[in-house]
Every structure is written in C-alpha cells, then in structure tokens.
Design a protein around this ligand. Sequence first.
Ligand SMILES: *[C@@H]1O[C@H](CO)[C@@H](O)[C@H](O)[C@H]1NC(C)=O
Length: 373
Amino acid sequence: MRARLILLGVLSMCSMCFSQECNTEFLENVDFPGTDKQVLFSPDAAHCQHLCTQYSACQFFTFVRSDWTRDKRHFYCYLKSTPTGQPNRRTPLRGVTSGFSLKPCSPAPQPCLSKVYQNIDFLGADYQTFFTADYEGCQRACTQDPSCQFFTFVNNVFTPENIRNKCHLKFSWSIPQTPVVEATAGVVSGFSHKTQMSQMSDTACQGKLFPNTATQGNFIQSLPTAIAEHCLSLCSAHPSCTFFTFHSENFTCNLKNNQNEMVLRAQAGATSGIPERFCQLDTNWAKVPLDGIDFRSSVIRYVLMDDAETCQRTCTEDVNCQFYTYVHSSFHNSEYWRRCYLKRTITMPSPPKIAKLSNVVSGFTLRNCQGVV
Ligand SMILES: *[C@@H]1O[C@H](CO)[C@@H](O)[C@H](O)[C@H]1NC(C)=O
C-alpha cells in the first residue's frame, strides 16, 4: 500500500513525460506566476536557468533580480512546472526575468560559471577561510581545490577592517545524491554509466572500507545511499568528511568529522570507511544494478520499455539522467509495469543563500571552464 501511494506521487509528475522544445531565451520583466516546485538562490538569471535545467521537476523559472524593489526577495530563483510544460500565464513584472529549462538542449553536466559578482554575498557552506591579496587569488584557490564550488571574498575597504581580504571557500554537492532509498520488491535501480561519482584524475584509487564495523559520534551529515561505495564517494567529495559509517538496514550514510581519532567497533550490517582525495575513485560499483531498491523522487520523466538493461542504457544516453528505477512486471501494481523512471539531482554549484552586501565579491570555481587549471 505504501509503495502504491509513493508511486502515485511519481505518477503525478508525469507532466514531464513528453519532450519539449529547446528554448534558450530570457524574458525580462515577465513573470510566470504560480506553479512553483522549489525556490533556490541564484546570483543571476543564467545561473537560475542552469538550476532549472538540473532540478528534476523544473520546466521553466522566474528569477527575482537585484533591481527588484517591492520587497527583499532578491536572487530568488523560482523553479516551476505545469502539466502542459508551459507557463499557465505570462504577466509583465518589473525586476524579474523568466525562462525555460535547458533539459531539451543537451546541456553540459557542469556548466562554466565564469562571472564574478560585486557586492553580492554567497552566505553559508564555508569549509575553509584564509587571506588573499585580491578576489582573483580567492577564485584561483577555489578553482584549484576540488571541494570548492563557490567563494566570497571580502575586499580591502570592507568594515570591520579585521576581515578585509578574507577568502571564504564554500562547498555544495557536485556528485549525485539519491534523496530517497527504499527496499521495494519488483523494481531495480541503478546509475547512468556516465555519472561522475569522483573527481577526475590520472591517478586511480580504491578507497578503504571496513565491513561489519561502525564508528560512534562525530556526526556531520546523514544522506540516503543504497550501498557503502556510494557513501564513500560522497564522503570523498565533502571537504569536512574524515570517515563515514553506512548502515545497510536503513540505507543511511553518516558522514563524520574527527581529525584526531577514529574509533572502530564491530557491528553487523554497518560498513565504515575512509575517503580518498586527489585521485579518481573506482566507481565500477555504479554500473551494477541494485535489485529490489527504489530510488524514489527526483523524476525527470518516464518511458515504457521491456527490460531494465534498456532502462539503464536509456539513462546513460540521456545527459540529464544520473540514476534510474525500472518497474518489473513482478511489481504488485500492474499500472506501473515497464516504467523506466529517469532521475537526477542538482550537481552544479548552488549557494544556500545569496544577499546584497557592500564590498564583497563572490563567484564560482572555474574548474568547469575550458582552458582553465
Ligand atoms: C540506521 O540504523 C542504525 C543502526 O541500527 C542506527 O544507529 C541509526 O540511527 C539509523 N539511522 C536512521 C536515520 O534511522
């Protein structure tokens, strides 16, 4: 019964089942009112359009620009969708820019975000700070550090004086997460064979797992994963993760931080491990289908087909797809048989909050820009 209710939720998202046209235009001072699915922050309409492209349920967006005067909602990026895929209404509104998801346009998985933003603060998500001579030095540090997705630099006329020239390196997830993982009979899930689960490097590495072993305390973040190897990839991508414990009975990946000690103890069903950095992790595990596992939510669209292998291939061939769930005809409800759900989460740099602030400069890593690094 529970699984049926869940799949009904997925069914209602089938608004996105049909394909759309590639429409790259920005509509200045036009609002697409209502039908919001999510609100995130963006420094400009172009970033908001990329967020819409990467957010599974987004088909079009409205962005509130810095020249908006009615209230303080600057930099809000409203991600929207409708059953038709088109906005219900288009109304004139000063201070906003609207546009469409680039999903139908074969987008780059990690777009180059080379603009810097004067007098705009990317708040939160800090993992390291130090002083640099200018914002370019801060941006270079961000680009060189695989964990850094964006930065904020405090310039040399900022008040108070004691934090002038301070460079804040900041983190957001750049490898796919699986927001909901559940054991469900009659379904199989897996990843796109092109999904980037590790940083790119010439040096290969394996990571270290301790089977039937748990760690206590030192908790920083809990994420759903189906297997310990995905937990290892997430820990390796997170700048503060020093070790982790994965619990197979509830598909929980606990990221931990303790730079001084790691106390292991025997526990059946738990797997602990140590992250690998500055190398390309072995991600062959991501090619193995997971029987009886449902990656719920995050649906871009579904297509009908006869087997899970075709579903896996369809996901790999779709640049927007990071992971999939296929429903076999052994699933208890025949309404869902043969459905191949294609799914994704946001992996581009995404600041948790953005606001105006005099005498700071913010921007993104240039790792995704060609010819840099
Ligand atoms: C998952 O299971 C482990 C081991 O039983 C437990 O310690 C942990 O609190 C559980 N986590 C969640 C989120 O339920």
